[in-house]
Design a protein around this ligand. Structure first.
Ligand code: SF4
Length: 365
């Protein structure tokens, strides 16, 4: 399983390299060394080129350059924040919902996000990929559970595998009759778009199952010309794409930033899918927003962009209870107020329009 090239030549992995490239301050080096001893660091040349070293609040740097704030864990933060372990029947598989499983093939990524919800599980210090035995055990589990309709390849980043190995895995999964959908979650098209070669695109297409790719990006600047071309290569080959983003303080927690990101996805023919509320991963409090702020952003976004650009704002409930939509509600039951007479509770509602104005439904005669 371990056909992974971790040593992409110019990827920055050491705090000293970040300092040498002007992406971190020498004064911060002792703290950054402590962070790097605990959590993986990797900044690809494509991502480094996006960072403005003169901007202390650069939204790309905030996602990838380590910070001393990561050394402080807050109450409630947890090494397994979304409860993967509670639903792991065999190594590599998380079976949380009846009709789908996560298949965690690799434990490495092209870049390491400072807010990663699996930060305790990924990185060069960990096993890079499932062993052959574990891989076969995971396949046996999927074969034995006919209710599994969708397999979600995640990790780590599955597109760190070689096209040849990925093609073998896709074929193994597509050969299982009840597996109809193979979804791949990846950051590679933005972090290292050159990996999306013709061979990689060919490996993603498979007889017997539909492939979907979910792109993780959090700021419109990540959708560079090269990233857009990488996505277009997959979409032109007939692979539909959706997005997933994490709501992050100082990165995309303004309506202007979210609007630009969602418009960029749609321009790339990528349907916005999920906007995740930040998980309670250790040392990530400085990057989280509040749910109230997230709901207000979603209201504001609805006032500015079409339904095509609207993601679902979701929270993974700690403990492994799955995702719940946590966006604002637009419909409420109207209360009877003096002078309104009798209201039928089944048919009298208040509904909020995209400008925030409230209306009765059905309208008063
Ligand atoms: S790419 Fe995904 S798994 Fe890898 S560090 Fe980022 S959030 Fe975590």
């Amino acid at each position: 399983m371990s056909r992974i090239n971790l040593k992409s030549a110019a990827t920055l992995r050491e705090p000293t390299e970040l300092v040498a490239h002007g992406l971190a301050s020498a004064a911060d080096l002792p703290d950054l060394e402590k962070v790097a001893a605990r959590y993986a660091v990797a900044v690809t040349p494509d991502i480094a080129a996006l960072i403005d070293p003169g901007d202390p609040d650069d939204p790309i740097a905030r996602q990838f350059i380590p910070s001393a704030e990561e050394l402080v864990a807050q109450p409630g933060e947890n090494a397994d924040p979304i409860g993967d372990h509670a639903h792991a029947p065999v190594a590599g598989i998380v079976h949380r919902y009846p009709d789908r499983v996560l298949f965690k093939l690799v434990h490495v990524c092209a870049v390491y996000c400072r807010f990663c919800f699996r930060r305790e599980m990924v990185g060069p210090g960990k096993a890079t990929a499932l062993s052959s035995n574990a891989y076969n055990g995971a396949l046996d589990y999927i074969r034995a559970h006919s209710e599994i309709w969708e397999v979600i390849l995640t990790g780590g980043d599955p597109l760190m595998l070689s096209p040849r190995r990925l093609g073998e895995i896709m074929a193994d999964l597509a050969a299982i009759d009840h597996v109809k959908i193979i979804r791949i979650h990846t950051r590679v098209p933005v972090a290292d778009p050159a990996r999306i070669s013709a061979e990689m695109v060919a490996a993603l297409k498979v007889e017997g199952a539909a492939t979907w790719v979910a792109l993780h990006a959090n700021h419109a600047r990540e959708l560079t010309r090269k990233a857009r071309a990488a996505c277009a290569a997959m979409i032109d080959a007939g692979i539909p794409m959706v997005s997933q983003s994490v709501l992050l303080r100082g990165v995309n927690d303004t309506v202007a930033a979210l609007e630009a990101l969602m418009r960029a996805f749609v321009e790339c023919r990528i349907k916005p899918y999920y906007l995740h509320h930040g998980d309670l991963a250790p040392g990530t409090a400085h990057l989280r927003t509040t749910l109230e702020h997230g709901q207000q952003l979603m209201r504001d976004l609805r006032g500015r962009v079409s339904g095509l650009c609207q993601p679902d704002y979701v929270l993974d409930i700690p403990g492994g209870y799955g995702k719940a939509p946590v966006g604002p509600s637009y419909l409420s039951q109207a209360n009877s107020s003096p002078g309104e007479g009798e209201l039928d509770p089944e048919t009298r509602y208040r509904i909020v329009d995209y400008c925030g104005d409230v209306h009765r439904y059905p309208p008063k005669p």
